[in-house]
Write a new protein. Structure first.
Length: 163
């Protein structure tokens, strides 16, 4: 599970925090007032937790951020992709593969000679795919970027989500 400052910053947005229904077993990052860093709360009862977009955990809490697990990010997409001829999980895997390997699905190149895409012609998509792996350091970050792109048409610029 990604517990880095980057992931905490990435999930601390209205799209993630505002729409989440709390469940027992959720993981949260909590920063206490006056503290330089925070700690993690896991597996608390739903009625014990409230976040910045609702109320606070305690009077001493400055910030409480829900950290979605990878399976929770995948569930967000599956809920939106139920109307498909392919099985939802298979379709999700194909769409995620296209997101992380845009060069494999690129239509920019000239495929007339070989009958398939010639990767030499499209450095743009190769670079785009490589940038994902340089920018995101965990599967949670990759899946979060995919969720934001698919559901909210947003991309991470290194500091915030933009359209």
């Amino acid at each position: 599970m990604d517990e880095t400052e980057t992931y905490i910053k990435m999930v601390d947005c209205e799209e993630m925090q505002g729409n989440h229904e709390l469940r027992s077993g959720d993981l949260f990052y909590q920063r206490l007032k006056g503290a330089e860093s925070g700690g993690f709360i896991e597996g608390v009862a739903v009625e014990e937790v409230h976040n910045d977009y609702g109320s606070l955990v305690s009077d001493n809490s400055e910030k409480l951020v829900w950290l979605p697990y990878q399976h929770q990010l995948q569930e967000m997409i599956l809920e939106k992709k139920q109307t498909t001829l392919l099985e939802p999980v298979a379709k999700l895997c194909l769409e995620f593969d296209e997101f992380i390997h845009p060069d494999n699905y690129c239509m920019h190149g000239d495929n007339r000679e070989s009958g398939m895409f010639n990767h030499e012609y499209c450095q743009e998509c190769v670079v785009k795919g490589n940038m994902l792996f340089k920018q995101f350091t965990s599967m949670e970050q990759l899946w979060l970027a995919f969720v934001q792109k698919e559901l909210h048409n947003k991309v991470w610029d290194g500091e915030q989500w933009t359209t």
